[in-house]
Design a protein around this ligand. Structure first.
Ligand SMILES: *Cc1c(COP(=O)(O)O)cnc(C)c1O
Length: 486
């Protein structure tokens, strides 16, 4: 093992340290044991690696190199992909006037931050076709839950008992989970042959107990629901509302709006569509937008203009569902989204969407001859393939994903949506060059050929990574989560 690959405990030598501190000049008798109860104090020193400063730096740098991100290479994960994270947005989020303000500072001293939030509220309302926006929720799923709680409160305020949320079988896993967290139950309806909402199934499912239909359009299959106006009519006529999952809005910005399609509530994932590097669960921001009839239920605080042209925080609507987050949302992410929107402007945002759709269609048309395509035709910002055609060679989609690692690619999303067998879901995003797309496509085609000619190479992949193929069952049943040495 090369020294830089060693684990930090193996580098440990008694007495070696990465720091040197001056002699302690605080009298010992005023120390810890009088302030902290004895049972909370350690009796033995913690077992920590004893290493030099350079060892620590090399250890963490080596770990960071084992990580993969959009700054290392192509990351075509469908649906939840890392999209464009311009570095300028990181700079702006770190401006001291934004990064160093305190949530309890007087409003007069944070007018710039409040103006930014106010502008972002109206930009997001304009972009989604909604009447009011709350920037509070801290993630997409949090936005979903907030939206559903407002829908619940809306029906309750009208004296109606409505507890069912209808979701299509291609829906993102957070949709039914959020419904359940909001105290509602989900009813799943199947997609039709074309991957669209089955109107007959929808008509069967709606009724006087329907609280809402949750949908994303384009769907997670990358398809635009052409019958959306009819879908909205069916749900509204039954007294239900329409929830739009806008986690990935790259296909529609500046082209169409959930509000115009008939949706009543929408959340956006600022950390997907509008920059902010995210991974491992955060950080995020999932603002919700609502039509006027739901505005009274919005969580506070929101930002309003004062009579003298300044900005102030105000409580939520008169029938607010209450606070959903401490303070004012994940402010740093709001700054990045604001910068993203201002940098592009309306025409630029439309161009983002056009190029996202163009890139996806280019990839789909070149990959189509080599995989099964469950829903042929034009896709939006992403598309799904099926690896079913490789089954006769003993190769599954999982093997293709593992083999891609050998070529330095992050694999696409696999086995989601659940309604496509051996599913491979690809979202290239708008920022990738034709050369990058071609490189990935050629690699996928090469893996298809290998699957037919030398399947063992694919079955045993990855070969070039730090750790080769894991035993999936053991990894799930008996995970080793800590360093077993020392
Ligand atoms: C990512 C995603 C979500 C959930 O967003 P989080 O910020 O991870 O909670 C919901 N719906 C869709 C379609 C998504 O892609």
């Amino acid at each position: 093992m090369k020294p830089e690959q060693s684990l930090i405990f193996e580098l440990s030598r008694p007495g070696r340290a990465a720091y040197s501190l001056p002699e302690c000049d605080v009298p010992a008798e005023e120390g810890l044991d009088t302030l902290i109860p004895a049972e909370l104090l350690r009796s033995e020193p913690a077992v920590l690696p004893e290493v030099s400063e350079v060892d620590v730096i090399r250890h963490y740098t080596a770990l960071s190199r084992r990580n993969f991100g959009v700054d290392n290479g192509f990351y075509p994960l469908g649906s939840c992909t890392m999209k464009y994270n311009p570095k300028i947005n990181e700079d702006v989020a770190r401006f001291p006037g934004f990064a160093k303000i305190h949530p309890y500072q007087p409003e007069e001293s944070i007018q710039g931050a409040l103006e930014l939030m106010h502008t972002l509220q109206s930009d997001l309302a304009a972009l989604t076709g909604m009447d009011a926006v709350s920037l509070q929720p801290a993630a997409g799923a949090h936005g979903e839950w907030t939206g559903l709680m407002m829908i619940r409160a809306y029906h309750e305020a009208r004296g109606e008992v409505r507890t069912k949320v209808i979701v299509p079988d291609s829906s993102h896993g957070t949709n039914p989970a959020s419904a359940s967290a909001a105290g509602l139950t989900t009813v799943t309806i199947p997609s039709n042959e074309q991957g669209m909402v089955d109107l007959e199934a929808l008509k069967q499912a709606v009724g006087s107990d329907t609280a809402a239909l949750m949908l994303t359009n384009p769907s997670t299959l990358g398809l635009f629901e052409t019958q959306i106006v009819e879908i909205a009519r069916i749900v509204h006529e039954a007294g239900g509302l329409l929830y739009y999952d806008g986690a990935n809005s790259n296909a529609i910005m500046g082209i169409t709006r959930p509000g115009d399609m008939g949706f009543d509530v929408v959340h956006l994932n600022l950390h997907k569509t509008m920059s902010t590097p995210h991974g491992g669960g955060g950080p995020g921001a999932g603002p919700v937008g609502v039509k006027a009839k739901l505005a009274p239920f919005l969580p506070g605080p929101t930002v309003a203009k004062t009579e003298d042209g300044g900005f102030k925080l105000q409580a939520g609507g008169p029938q607010s569902i209450g606070r959903v987050k401490a303070y004012y949302g994940n402010f740093g992410i709001l700054v990045r989204a604001y910068t993203y929107i201002r940098t592009y402007g309306p025409d630029g945002l439309r161009e983002v969407s056009e190029n996202a759709v163009l890139n996806a269609n280019y990839m789909l048309s070149r990959l189509a001859p080599h995989f099964e395509v469950p829903y042929p035709g034009i896709c939006k910002h992403e598309f799904v393939l099926s690896g079913k055609n490789l089954k006769p060679y003993g190769i599954r989609t999982l093997d293709v994903a593992k083999r891609l690692l050998d070529f330095g690619y992050h694999p696409p999303t696999v086995y989601f949506p659940l309604n496509v067998e051996e599913c491979i879901m690809i979202e290239p995003t708008e920022t990738e060059s034709k050369e990058t797309l071609d490189g990935f496509i050629d690699t996928m085609i090469r893996i298809v050929q290998e699957s037919k000619e030398t399947p063992e190479i694919v079955l045993n992949a990855p070969h070039t990574t730090e750790i080769s193929r894991l035993d999936e069952t053991q990894a799930a049943r008996k995970p080793v989560l800590n360093c077993s040495c020392g």
